[in-house]
Design a protein around this ligand. Structure first.
Ligand code: SF4
Length: 712
């Protein structure tokens, strides 16, 4: 039996795994005891990874070879890789020469490896000359990115998992960590066992398993986080719990923020948030009095039309109390996907460039142009996720290439997305699985390799870069994502008569080395690392500049922030209620989130019978009082609807929800058994979700829409 060290392909905890195989088939998987993210532990999803790789199952669900169709009313047919990519290069060249570079777009994924991401970004921005490349990380982390950059100057989570053991207050906001980041949650449980004085506060409208275990649960009304954080800061000011020396020496902008939070009295804040005043006071005191307060936060803050403000308001609280840059303290955003961090590092989003550079910065564009040996990088802003599909719908973007993600299920307002995919002149889907909702719209299906077959790197929530290693060869004719992009780029370059930028990679390491060199002098400088170093010393945190012998486990200990003057900035953000209001017609707030044992659209976890034991079917959770009033019994079918869609679901009474609230898990969607054009009723919670996005981060408000619920 062969053993291959790799990384779990699901969440941003980034656990190390050891894949057991015979070189052709995966036989088993176990946690890697040497990996610092999990020390050998795996959650239910990770420990069942080998079952998703069963050969017979894989043969049924995988895209095994490239397929094309020449007309929408035809089935796709298998095609030779070379013919397929040559045809695509012809179509791209025609489109670009006739309509300009911005007539094409790419929608990629936080599931991709850093090397895949790098090549796609270079293909779009370097060779084609369009910034129309965005990622499903837009649905996941872009508000956290915007929050960090506004306040601290860089997209860099300042903490490490090890801070959990050094903290005396863990403040979990908008995260059901027990389900979404299970191994990290085990670490919190262990830390509490070891240190009974460690307190946990959870901020969540639902009484999730994470909230139930907390010392204090603040069950705020959906979307009122900014008011809560302002109210806590107001109390810290009133009770003299702020760090005036830290504020004076290392920050700017506090005077303006102080004026704003003056209005957030305990009574006013408690009323907005729908919580008891005494709980608010308790939370503020624990936060302000703690020696080390560590905030862990995720989609409850990010997936919001005020996502950036929520992130900034929480960081304000850390800056005002000096809870940053010291052991056990800091604002620590948890990454949803396994490599949302790596994607940001290589600039694989519409507003970013390589190595945390900004597209809007002319010096950064010039630096990247020099790195890629091209005359310039376009200064035209790229379309972000919702904007990208809106542009496809209007015909502004004619060719869309979707990689390793399933927007026909995961984007909000499914009607918009599916209309866009129907209207596009050409839809290319690069996927490992042939039965996702998006594949049904593909004119071209590019068969991609997947976990256990791929090699490269990923970066987890704590800035730790881990190797992903192939244990078995790619199934069928599937190719690696970076390989497909590279081969296509070489063909397209010839058709566009371009010799630069260079795409002569023959191994992921060559791509990674180029990415590494692009980080020199940047906040994420990894010039001291190499594949060989990672091989010998295991996963490492960035920054890791030339000459370093270890990465940095904690940022800003020197009190020098990544802003131009080195000072952190207080952001004077206003509180705004969620975009969609409760009305008599739509009286329920609808929240969405993860189940414990499923991942994203279930293309992988949905293959394992054991993973249905926890939640066997889709349902809508409601408060039992709401069900009583509407004569709805547990198990009844109900119609859940709003202006965007209708779903028929089983109703389930939940003690986790306050009256007026409802919850549907994000995972369930529809599956297609053939590759033909979709012609189905929309299924999945995202058909109901609001596409309104945060004005800064452009992250849509997947966590709050309003619906009507009626017994069928
Ligand atoms: Fe995989 Fe996340 Fe579970 Fe770790 S916690 S095993 S990374 S799903």
């Amino acid at each position: 039996m062969l053993e291959t060290k790799s990384t779990c392909c699901y969440c941003g905890v980034g656990c190390g795994v050891i894949i057991e195989s015979d070189g052709a088939q995966v036989i088993g998987v176990r946690g890697d005891p040497a990996h610092p993210a999990n020390f050998g532990k795996l959650c239910s999803k990770g420990s069942n990874l080998h079952l998703t790789a069963q050969p017979l199952l894989q043969q049924q669900v995988r895209a095994l070879y490239p397929e094309m169709r020449t007309a929408r009313n035809q089935e796709r047919q298998p095609v030779d890789w070379d013919v397929c990519l040559e045809t695509l290069a012809d179509k791209f060249a025609d489109c670009i020469q006739t309509h300009g570079a911005d007539s094409v777009g790419f929608y990629i994924s936080g599931q991709l490896l850093t090397e895949d991401y790098y090549v796609f970004n270079k293909l779009a921005k370097g060779l084609i000359g369009t910034n129309n490349i965005d990622s499903n990380s837009r649905l996941c982390m872009s508000s956290a990115v915007a929050g960090y950059k506004q306040s601290l100057g860089a997209d860099a989570p300042p903490c490490s998992y090890a801070d959990i053991e050094l903290s005396d207050l863990i403040f979990i906001a908008g995260s059901n960590t027990a389900y979404a980041h299970p191994i990290l949650y085990r670490r919190i449980e262990q830390a509490r066992e070891n240190n009974p004085a460690l307190k946990v506060i959870v901020v969540d409208p639902r009484r999730t398993d994470t909230a139930r275990d907390a010392d204090l649960h603040l069950a705020i009304l959906p979307g009122t986080d900014v008011a809560l954080f302002h109210g806590m800061l107001h109390l810290c000011l009133w009770e003299d719990l702020i760090d005036t020396q830290f504020i004076a020496e290392h920050t700017e902008g506090f005077a303006e923020l102080k004026q704003t939070v003056r209005d957030f009295t305990p009574a006013f804040t408690a009323q907005i948030c729908g919580i008891a005043e005494k709980d608010l006071v308790q939370a503020a005191r624990w936060f302000g009095q703690s020696k080390a307060a560590l905030s862990l936060y995720c989609q409850g803050l990010n997936q919001s039309s005020a996502g950036t403000a929520k992130n900034s308001a929480l960081i304000n609280l850390h800056l005002a109390t000096g809870q940053i840059g010291k052991p056990g303290a800091g604002p620590f955003s948890l990454t949803g996907q396994p490599n949302a961090m790596g994607g940001r590092e290589v600039g694989g989003m519409a507003n970013l460039l390589s190595a945390h550079r900004d597209l809007s910065n002319s010096e950064h564009r010039a630096e990247v142009a020099a790195l890629w040996n091209i005359p310039s990088v376009s200064d035209q802003p790229g379309k972000t996720a919702v904007e990208l599909f809106e542009a496809v719908r209007t015909g502004e973007i004619k060719i869309i290439w979707i990689v390793c993600t399933n927007p026909a299920q995961s984007m909000p307002d499914q009607n918009l997305i599916r209309t866009a995919l129907e209207k596009a002149e050409l839809v290319i889907v690069q996927e490992a699985y042939h039965n996702t909702a998006t594949v049904a719209y593909a004119d071209v299906l590019l068969a991609a390799s997947t976990w256990s077959e791929k090699s490269g790197t990923v970066t987890n929530s704590e800035r730790r870069i881990s190797r992903v290693r192939a244990a078995i060869p790619a199934l069928g004719e599937a190719r690696h994502d970076w390989q497909i992009a590279t081969l296509f780029a070489q063909k397209l370059a010839k058709k566009l008569n371009k010799t630069k930028p260079d795409f002569t990679y023959d191994h992921p390491e060559a791509i990674w080395n180029e990415h590494r060199d692009s980080t020199a002098g940047r906040d994420l400088d990894i010039t001291g690392l190499s594949y060989a170093w990672l091989e010998e010393n295991g996963p490492q945190q960035w920054p890791f500049p030339t000459g370093a012998t270890a990465g940095k486990n904690r940022l800003y200990q020197d009190r020098l922030f990544a802003t131009t003057n080195g000072k952190a900035r207080f952001i004077n953000c206003s509180y705004a209620a969620p975009a969609e209001k409760i009305t008599p017609r739509h009286p329920f707030a609808l929240n969405t989130g993860r189940l414990r044992d499923q991942w994203h659209g279930m293309s992988r976890t949905g293959l394992v019978a054991q993973l249905y034991a926890h939640a066997p079917e889709p349902c809508i959770e409601m408060a039992s009082q709401d069900m009583l009033r509407r004569f709805i019994n547990d198990g009844d079918f109900v119609e859940v609807s709003n202006q965007r869609g209708t779903q028929i679901l089983i109703a389930k009474a939940s003690e986790q929800l306050k009256t007026g609230q409802s919850f549907i898990a994000m995972h369930w969607g529809e599956e297609f058994v053939s590759g033909s054009q979709a012609n189905h009723a929309l299924f999945g919670v995202n058909s109901l979700c609001n596409p309104r996005f945060d004005p800064i981060s452009k992250q849509p408000e997947l966590k709050h829409s309003t619906v009507k619920i009626a017994k069928v």
